[in-house]
Each structure stands twice: as structure tokens, then as C-alpha cells.
Design a protein around this ligand. Sequence first.
Ligand SMILES: Nc1ncnc2c1ncn2[C@@H]1O[C@H](COP(=O)(O)OP(=O)(O)OP(=O)(O)O)[C@@H](O)[C@H]1O
Length: 640
Amino acid sequence: MQVVRGVPECEDEDLDPEPLCVVNEESTGFRSKLKKIFRRTPKEKVDDDGDSLEAGWSDRGSSSSIRRNAEIWKFGLKCVFRVLKPRSMRTKGASDEEIEQAQIAAATYIRDGLLTLGPTFVKLGQVISTRTDILPKTYTDVLNSLQDDVPAFSGARAKEIVSKELGVPVDEMFTDFSEIPLKAASLGQVHTAYYKGKKVAIKVQRAGLKELFDLDLKNLRKLAVLLDKFDPKADGADRDWVSIYDESERLLYLEIDYINEANNGERFARDFKNVDYVRVPQFYRDISTPRVLVMEFIESLKLTDIKKIESLGLDRNLLAQRTADAFLRQIVETSYFHCDPHPGNLCVDDEGNLVYYDFGMMDELKPNVREGFRKFCTALFAGGPTVSDQTLAKNAKLLVDGVEEAGVLAKGSDRLAVEKLARFFMRSFKNNQLGKSSNNLKETVGTDLQTLTGSNSFRFPSTFTFIFRAFASVEGIGKGLDEGFEIGKLAQPFIERFTDSQQYKNKAQKNFSIFQKATGLNLKDVDIAITSPRKVAYIEETLRSMEDGSLKIRTRSLENEKTLERMVLTQSRSENILIATAFLNVAGFASKRLLEGTGYAGFAFFVFQAIMANIQVKKFDKTQAKFVQKKFTGLDEDKK
Ligand SMILES: Nc1ncnc2c1ncn2[C@@H]1O[C@H](COP(=O)(O)OP(=O)(O)OP(=O)(O)O)[C@@H](O)[C@H]1O
């Protein structure tokens, strides 16, 4: 989002008590939509007591709420049709490009509709746009543009809100309250002023947001319940539409509680109290409320403003390193991280210190995620780049344990295939560390990969999508500052501290070499001496399992699985044809009209079912043909 500077453009004074101030200079269709939408903010009648400040989107009487409900449902239904269109195109044999175009059109329709419906939906769209685990990439890409600028409300309006919230006229509390906001967002905007001689930043929330959220979210919950009925947990995962809704709702309400933001900011500041290059504004809690947040003003510039950074003589490489270090410290050490460190929220002061703003959306790694992540890193980095195949296979198991513990591996996934994938992934990683090239992932583990992705084996809890988003932001900033920026390399010292393996390895190696020197022992003998009892015990255990019949030998053949899958589909087609024929016979021999009608109705129904089953068989065959072609010729028809 961009910071608003200069005099905003205001038009149509007669349309609104507060004409709109348009933020973005580039006049586009998107901008004019924004103007219309925020112009639709209900007209606010301000009386002397200022009570009308509660007026807002929500204060529109019952007829207005009915209209609002209707608007939401109409939009929801239209979205369903738009989203289904590309799916039906696929069954009609449309090309991938045509389908992608239709998806982009659907996503654009949804984005514009969310904007039309106002702040709740804009914010919801922003939250959902991070969920690559829920929506296809085409949709999240388009919804990402919802992070754009929105028109501001006037300084006078902001003052009214602050006075109402703090219970004293603004001018008695502050001096030089800015008429033009520093930045406007969908939920509020930031003004500057002076408080007891100190410059402060004041975040002011749009009026009536809470009430609007209440009204809108009630509808959205009903929509989620309905969606669950039509689209039950498709992949056996623990999530469903209602829980996605619940989580989004929680985040939305947290974002409009500025006291929560102050709590988050203070916790973040505590985490970084020993890092002298990170600055967090102080919060003036005694003059803040859930809707007005008063903070220390910290002057800064964007880390993407390279010209300014250079003109100040700041070290770009050092800034890149600091950006990465501060991010890694959050993920690996404190487990409490800023979910949205975009260039407006992560800045730099003129002395090269990083400045963080906006603590509305923070997340914490749960203990299981943290432990899983630690196992993952331990497995990946253990043994260094030249690890033997045996150790790698052992570590692959640990890596998959980690992935499972973190909740990324869906229940009932094929662990054997995942371990194979992990071994391949780890070997590529190690080769990469040694500067060797790796084999193509699709060629080497193509079948397993297809099985795994096809069965939705991996899923990413929302924490991961927030981490990925923050990672992408930090990487973008880092690369802008330093072309050779590689977060992976900068992560090494953090990971080593994080995983006990490295410490253990170093200590063990040191102790062992002293022992070896003293005794003159051969390393191979030691290995045999250590592993032999374990190997004997393993063989003994396996033999005992064979004897008592508890040993299960598991083999899997993808071809057989696929054949079985096809058989199930063709069987359903044959059954439907059989039943349809039976009904036709009934109709043919029936002497009574009612029976005849029933016969024909049954016949029509089952013929329809048979046609649907046939479509599924054809679809299945097509997917298989594509897969086989890709596997044997390397030609990829699904150009993404
Ligand atoms: N304490 C501060 N000192 C100086 N500038 C500030 C301060 N707080 C916020 N700002 C400026 O105002 C901008 C908007 O602040 P913030 O991100 O907190 O608002 P928001 O309404 O939560 O916006 P968003 O939609 O991006 O979350 C920041 O990017 C920063 O440029």
C-alpha cells in the first residue's frame, strides 16, 4: 500500500458529507471502482453530541440490513456459478488456457464484488488471498490486488472519531492533528499529531466497522454452513468451510481491536529488546482504545526506496542481512512473527535501523509445529552435504516425522511414497550445497509425486501460508537491496543453533577424536561394534513377527490402483444402465398409467446417472493418457 502524500483529490461534494479523497495517482478502472464503493459508505448525520459517529455501514435500519443480506447472498450465489464455469469447461474439453482465462475472469469478478461489498469483504479477501491451501493460485494472485490503496476519509471525520473515542475534543489532547492521513486502508487510516510535545502517529478506525462486521459475518457463516453441505471435506483433511470461516472471523475481529495490536507490538518489542537495530513504536495505552491507537511516531523510509537509501549512505548489504536476520529470528527463535512485513510495514530509519509497523496480524508457531520444524531442519542439515545413502534414508524418516508432527501430512497419507520423496528432496538439497546439479524432480519421483499431490497428501495449516507470505515479502525486499541475497545461506547459523544435531555432532566428533587418538581404534570397528547388537535385535524381532503372523508385507502398484479406480467407475456405469433397463421394462409392460410414468421417470434418472458415470470414465482416461504421455515423452501438456 502506498503512503498518501500531498493534497488528495476530492470531488462530488454534494454526494457525501465527506467527499472522497482518492489515494492512488494512477487512474484505472480499479480506482474508479474503489471510489464508487467507498462513496457508498452510509451517509453520516452528525449531531452535536457526536452520537452519530456510531452511524456507519451498519446503521441503516432494518430495511437496509435486509437489502444488505440480499446483496451478500446474490453475490455469493453468483460467485458459485462463476467458479463452477471453468470446472464445467474442463468436462467439455476446453483447453488449459481457456480454463485459466475463465478462472481469472471468475477471480476478477469475485475481487470486484468484494470491493463493492465494502470493508468486511475487502479484509476477508485479503485474509483469504494468503490461503494458497484453500484457493487455486489463479484466484490468490488476483485477490492479492485487494491489498491496494483505498480512498481516505477526511481529517475532520478522523478528529470526530478520536474525540468520541477518547471522550475529549481532539484539540484539547493533541496539537497539529494532520488533515491528510499518512495512509488510508480498508479498516482505518493513520494521522499525525503532537501529544505533550512529542510527535505521535494516530491510527483511526472507520466508523461502524464492528457493527458492519457483525452483520456481514452472520451472513458469511450461513454461507459457510451451506458450502459445507454441498462441498464436504473432500480430502479427508481436518478443515471445512465453517472452520475456515471461524478462523478468518477470529482474525478479522482481532484486526479491528487496536488494544490487541498494542499488546502484539509490545510482545514483539520484548522479543527484540536485545537487538539494537530493530525499532518498534511505543504505544500510548492510556489514550488508546480498540478503535484509536496512539503511538510514538518513527520517521522512516521504505526499504524499497533504493535511491534514498543510497543518498543517506546506508549499507545496502547490511540492510538485506538485517532484514533476513530479523525474519529468521522470529521464525526460528521466538516463534512469534509478523505476518505482513510488506515494504509499508517494514522500513528503515536514517541510521539503518529496521522499523516495524502494524502489529494487527501476528502469528505464533504452535509447539507441535515448532517441534516438527525442528525435526525437519535437524534431518535436513544433519551429516553435512556428503552424507551416506544409509544415513540419508534414516534422516528422511525423521524429516517425514517432522512434517507429520507439524500437521502438513494429511492423515492416512502414503508414508512410503512421502519418504521416497523426502530422500530425493534431501539428496537434491545436499547436491545443491555441493554445487552439483540435481535430477528433475518430476522425472525421478514422478509417479509418487503424482499420487501424493493427487491424493492431497500435503496441506498447509494457515501458519505456513503466513510464513510463506512473510518469506516472500522479506525475500523481495532483500533482493532489491542486494542482488546476491539468498535467505537460505543467511539462515545457516540460525538453523544450526535451532537444531541440536549440529551441536551434538560437533561435540561428539571432538570427544571421539580424543578417544580415537588415545586408543588407536579403527572407525569401522567402532561402527560394527555399535551397530551389531542393534542389527541382531532387528533381525530377531522381524523373525518373531513372521512366526506370530504379525508381519505385514506391503507392496503397492500404481497401475493396479489406477485399474481398480477405473473398474469402480465403469461398474457404476454398468449398474446404472442395468437399472435403467429394468425401469424401461416396467414402463413397457405396465398396464397402469402411474406405474408407466414411474417406469419412464426411473429410466430417465438412471440413464442420466449412467451418462454422468461415462463422463467420469472418459475424464479419468484422459487424465491417465496425459500422465502417461508426460512420463514417457517428457512433454507437458499442462503448461502452467
Ligand atoms: N508509529 C508510526 N510512525 C510513523 N509512521 C507510521 C506509524 N504507524 C504507522 N505508520 C505509517 O502508516 C502506515 C499504515 O500503518 P498500519 O499499517 O499500521 O495501518 P493499517 O490500517 O493497519 O494498514 P494495513 O491495511 O496495511 O494493515 C504504515 O505503513 C507506516 O507508513
